[in-house]
Design a protein around this ligand. Structure first.
Ligand code: ZN
Ligand code: ZN
Length: 256
Protein backbone atom coordinates (compact mmCIF):
# COMPACT_ATOMS: atom_id res chain seq x y z
CA UNK A 1 0.00 0.00 0.00
CA UNK A 2 1.26 3.45 -0.84
CA UNK A 3 1.37 6.04 1.89
CA UNK A 4 0.24 9.57 1.24
CA UNK A 5 1.71 12.60 2.94
CA UNK A 6 -0.49 15.65 2.32
CA UNK A 7 1.12 19.03 2.98
CA UNK A 8 -1.38 21.08 5.00
CA UNK A 9 1.14 23.76 5.88
CA UNK A 10 4.84 24.27 5.16
CA UNK A 11 5.43 27.97 5.73
CA UNK A 12 7.57 29.57 8.41
CA UNK A 13 4.74 31.98 9.26
CA UNK A 14 1.19 33.10 8.61
CA UNK A 15 -0.37 35.78 6.36
CA UNK A 16 -2.49 35.33 3.24
CA UNK A 17 -2.38 31.72 2.08
CA UNK A 18 0.57 30.78 4.29
CA UNK A 19 -0.02 27.98 6.79
CA UNK A 20 2.52 26.73 9.32
CA UNK A 21 3.86 23.20 9.56
CA UNK A 22 1.40 20.32 9.42
CA UNK A 23 1.20 17.14 7.34
CA UNK A 24 -1.66 14.66 7.08
CA UNK A 25 -0.43 11.11 6.71
CA UNK A 26 -2.98 8.58 5.38
CA UNK A 27 -6.05 10.41 6.72
CA UNK A 28 -5.58 9.54 10.41
CA UNK A 29 -2.08 10.71 11.36
CA UNK A 30 -0.86 14.27 11.75
CA UNK A 31 2.82 15.14 11.65
CA UNK A 32 2.95 18.44 13.56
CA UNK A 33 -0.17 20.50 14.11
CA UNK A 34 0.51 24.01 12.81
CA UNK A 35 -2.10 26.30 11.31
CA UNK A 36 -2.50 24.12 8.19
CA UNK A 37 -4.71 21.83 10.29
CA UNK A 38 -7.41 24.53 10.40
CA UNK A 39 -8.13 23.99 6.67
CA UNK A 40 -9.32 20.42 7.27
CA UNK A 41 -13.05 19.70 7.21
CA UNK A 42 -14.70 18.62 10.46
CA UNK A 43 -14.99 14.99 9.32
CA UNK A 44 -11.27 15.01 8.47
CA UNK A 45 -10.43 16.39 11.92
CA UNK A 46 -12.54 13.68 13.55
CA UNK A 47 -10.62 11.00 11.65
CA UNK A 48 -7.27 11.93 13.24
CA UNK A 49 -6.15 9.23 15.69
CA UNK A 50 -2.48 10.13 16.14
CA UNK A 51 -0.44 13.33 16.23
CA UNK A 52 3.36 13.17 16.09
CA UNK A 53 5.11 16.36 17.20
CA UNK A 54 8.65 17.42 16.32
CA UNK A 55 8.75 20.01 19.12
CA UNK A 56 6.59 22.35 21.18
CA UNK A 57 7.05 25.62 19.29
CA UNK A 58 3.76 27.33 18.54
CA UNK A 59 4.03 27.19 14.75
CA UNK A 60 4.04 23.36 15.07
CA UNK A 61 1.35 22.91 17.75
CA UNK A 62 -0.98 25.92 17.30
CA UNK A 63 -3.93 23.82 16.14
CA UNK A 64 -3.51 20.91 18.56
CA UNK A 65 -5.63 22.45 21.37
CA UNK A 66 -8.30 23.51 18.87
CA UNK A 67 -8.29 20.11 17.18
CA UNK A 68 -9.08 18.40 20.50
CA UNK A 69 -11.85 20.89 21.19
CA UNK A 70 -13.29 20.31 17.71
CA UNK A 71 -13.48 16.53 17.99
CA UNK A 72 -14.26 15.91 21.68
CA UNK A 73 -17.68 14.30 22.01
CA UNK A 74 -17.71 13.17 18.38
CA UNK A 75 -15.07 10.47 18.90
CA UNK A 76 -15.18 7.43 21.13
CA UNK A 77 -11.41 6.81 20.91
CA UNK A 78 -8.82 9.25 22.30
CA UNK A 79 -6.34 11.19 20.17
CA UNK A 80 -2.82 9.93 20.85
CA UNK A 81 -0.16 12.65 20.88
CA UNK A 82 3.33 11.23 20.40
CA UNK A 83 6.27 13.38 21.47
CA UNK A 84 9.38 13.24 23.61
CA UNK A 85 8.95 13.38 27.38
CA UNK A 86 10.38 16.94 27.39
CA UNK A 87 7.93 18.14 24.74
CA UNK A 88 5.02 16.52 26.59
CA UNK A 89 6.05 18.30 29.78
CA UNK A 90 6.12 21.64 27.95
CA UNK A 91 2.60 21.03 26.59
CA UNK A 92 1.28 19.98 29.98
CA UNK A 93 2.83 22.97 31.78
CA UNK A 94 2.17 25.70 29.26
CA UNK A 95 -0.86 24.73 27.14
CA UNK A 96 -3.09 22.07 28.71
CA UNK A 97 -2.94 23.64 32.17
CA UNK A 98 -6.56 24.89 32.56
CA UNK A 99 -5.28 28.46 32.08
CA UNK A 100 -4.41 28.58 28.40
CA UNK A 101 -6.56 25.54 27.54
CA UNK A 102 -8.32 22.71 29.40
CA UNK A 103 -6.45 19.52 30.24
CA UNK A 104 -7.95 17.10 27.72
CA UNK A 105 -6.20 14.15 29.40
CA UNK A 106 -9.03 14.26 31.99
CA UNK A 107 -11.89 15.32 29.69
CA UNK A 108 -14.58 14.04 29.77
CA UNK A 109 -12.98 11.96 32.56
CA UNK A 110 -9.60 10.54 33.58
CA UNK A 111 -10.94 7.07 32.76
CA UNK A 112 -12.09 8.05 29.25
CA UNK A 113 -9.71 10.84 28.19
CA UNK A 114 -9.91 12.52 24.78
CA UNK A 115 -6.12 13.02 24.79
CA UNK A 116 -3.44 10.50 25.69
CA UNK A 117 0.23 11.51 25.58
CA UNK A 118 2.59 8.83 24.29
CA UNK A 119 6.25 9.51 25.09
CA UNK A 120 8.72 8.34 22.47
CA UNK A 121 12.50 8.27 22.21
CA UNK A 122 15.00 8.66 19.41
CA UNK A 123 15.16 5.59 17.23
CA UNK A 124 11.97 4.09 18.66
CA UNK A 125 9.97 2.70 15.73
CA UNK A 126 6.23 3.28 16.04
CA UNK A 127 4.45 0.81 13.78
CA UNK A 128 1.05 2.01 12.55
CA UNK A 129 -0.26 -0.69 10.22
CA UNK A 130 1.99 -0.79 7.17
CA UNK A 131 3.49 2.54 8.06
CA UNK A 132 6.16 3.34 10.64
CA UNK A 133 7.18 6.62 12.26
CA UNK A 134 10.61 6.91 13.88
CA UNK A 135 11.95 9.98 15.72
CA UNK A 136 15.46 10.95 14.61
CA UNK A 137 17.95 13.45 16.10
CA UNK A 138 17.45 17.19 15.54
CA UNK A 139 19.19 20.25 16.96
CA UNK A 140 16.96 23.23 17.77
CA UNK A 141 16.57 25.82 20.56
CA UNK A 142 14.15 23.52 22.42
CA UNK A 143 14.05 19.69 22.63
CA UNK A 144 13.20 18.54 19.09
CA UNK A 145 13.19 15.53 16.83
CA UNK A 146 12.94 14.91 13.12
CA UNK A 147 10.95 12.00 11.68
CA UNK A 148 11.57 9.05 9.41
CA UNK A 149 8.28 7.98 7.78
CA UNK A 150 8.42 4.56 6.14
CA UNK A 151 6.02 2.49 4.09
CA UNK A 152 6.82 -1.01 2.82
CA UNK A 153 8.07 0.56 -0.41
CA UNK A 154 10.07 3.64 0.57
CA UNK A 155 10.65 6.43 3.10
CA UNK A 156 10.47 10.17 3.61
CA UNK A 157 12.56 12.11 6.15
CA UNK A 158 11.16 15.32 7.63
CA UNK A 159 13.76 17.39 9.48
CA UNK A 160 11.37 19.45 11.60
CA UNK A 161 13.15 22.59 12.79
CA UNK A 162 16.86 21.88 13.00
CA UNK A 163 20.33 22.86 12.03
CA UNK A 164 20.91 19.24 11.03
CA UNK A 165 24.03 17.93 12.73
CA UNK A 166 26.18 14.83 12.33
CA UNK A 167 23.85 12.55 14.32
CA UNK A 168 20.96 13.41 11.99
CA UNK A 169 22.94 12.80 8.81
CA UNK A 170 24.42 9.55 10.11
CA UNK A 171 20.92 8.11 10.43
CA UNK A 172 19.63 9.63 7.18
CA UNK A 173 22.61 8.20 5.29
CA UNK A 174 21.50 4.71 6.32
CA UNK A 175 17.90 5.04 5.12
CA UNK A 176 17.27 2.74 2.19
CA UNK A 177 14.81 3.76 -0.54
CA UNK A 178 14.54 7.37 0.53
CA UNK A 179 11.94 9.10 -1.66
CA UNK A 180 12.31 12.65 -0.37
CA UNK A 181 14.13 14.70 2.24
CA UNK A 182 11.96 17.51 3.58
CA UNK A 183 14.23 20.04 5.25
CA UNK A 184 13.74 23.55 6.49
CA UNK A 185 15.47 26.73 5.35
CA UNK A 186 13.71 29.33 7.45
CA UNK A 187 15.81 32.40 6.70
CA UNK A 188 17.61 34.06 3.80
CA UNK A 189 21.40 34.41 4.01
CA UNK A 190 21.23 38.08 4.99
CA UNK A 191 19.75 36.81 8.27
CA UNK A 192 22.45 34.22 8.83
CA UNK A 193 23.06 35.48 12.40
CA UNK A 194 19.37 35.28 13.32
CA UNK A 195 19.13 31.82 11.77
CA UNK A 196 22.11 30.62 13.81
CA UNK A 197 20.70 32.10 17.03
CA UNK A 198 17.27 30.53 16.39
CA UNK A 199 18.92 27.23 15.37
CA UNK A 200 17.34 27.31 11.94
CA UNK A 201 18.99 26.84 8.57
CA UNK A 202 19.66 29.50 5.94
CA UNK A 203 20.81 28.67 2.39
CA UNK A 204 24.56 28.69 3.12
CA UNK A 205 24.23 26.50 6.22
CA UNK A 206 21.82 24.20 4.36
CA UNK A 207 24.43 23.75 1.61
CA UNK A 208 27.03 22.92 4.26
CA UNK A 209 24.72 20.40 5.93
CA UNK A 210 23.79 18.72 2.63
CA UNK A 211 27.49 17.97 2.05
CA UNK A 212 27.16 15.41 4.89
CA UNK A 213 24.42 13.61 3.01
CA UNK A 214 25.31 10.78 0.66
CA UNK A 215 21.79 10.29 -0.71
CA UNK A 216 20.34 11.44 -4.02
CA UNK A 217 16.63 11.73 -3.20
CA UNK A 218 14.73 14.90 -3.93
CA UNK A 219 15.27 17.71 -1.40
CA UNK A 220 12.08 19.63 -0.58
CA UNK A 221 12.55 22.97 1.16
CA UNK A 222 10.10 23.99 3.87
CA UNK A 223 9.54 26.60 6.63
CA UNK A 224 10.49 29.63 4.46
CA UNK A 225 9.62 32.90 6.20
CA UNK A 226 6.78 34.46 4.16
CA UNK A 227 8.42 37.86 3.66
CA UNK A 228 11.66 36.45 2.26
CA UNK A 229 10.62 33.16 0.71
CA UNK A 230 11.47 34.16 -2.89
CA UNK A 231 14.99 35.34 -2.10
CA UNK A 232 15.60 32.35 0.20
CA UNK A 233 14.62 29.74 -2.38
CA UNK A 234 16.66 31.56 -5.04
CA UNK A 235 19.71 31.43 -2.77
CA UNK A 236 19.13 27.73 -2.06
CA UNK A 237 19.02 26.94 -5.80
CA UNK A 238 22.23 28.91 -6.38
CA UNK A 239 24.12 27.24 -3.53
CA UNK A 240 23.33 23.57 -4.04
CA UNK A 241 23.87 22.18 -7.51
CA UNK A 242 24.38 18.59 -6.41
CA UNK A 243 20.90 17.52 -5.35
CA UNK A 244 17.52 17.74 -7.09
CA UNK A 245 16.05 20.48 -4.96
CA UNK A 246 12.84 22.51 -4.95
CA UNK A 247 10.37 24.27 -2.70
CA UNK A 248 7.78 22.09 -0.94
CA UNK A 249 4.29 23.24 -1.90
CA UNK A 250 1.29 23.59 0.38
CA UNK A 251 -1.42 21.20 -0.80
CA UNK A 252 0.87 18.76 -2.57
CA UNK A 253 0.74 15.05 -1.82
CA UNK A 254 3.90 12.99 -1.58
CA UNK A 255 3.39 9.27 -2.19
CA UNK A 256 5.90 6.80 -0.81
ZN1 ZN B 1 10.92 25.68 16.19
ZN1 ZN C 1 9.01 26.13 13.22
Amino acid sequence: MTCQLRVLGCSGGIGGDNRTTAFLLNQNILIDAGTGVADLQLHELRAIDHVFLTHAHLDHIACLPLLLDAVVGARTAPVYVHATEQTIQLLRSHIFNWLIWPDFTVIPSAERPSLIFVPHELGQVEQMGELSVTPLPAIHTVPAVSFLLSSKASSVVFSGDTIGGTDFWQVVNQVASLKALIIETAFADKEHAIADAAKHLCPSTLAKELKEWQGTAEVLITHLKPGESEVTIREVLELDHIHPIRRLLQGEIIEF
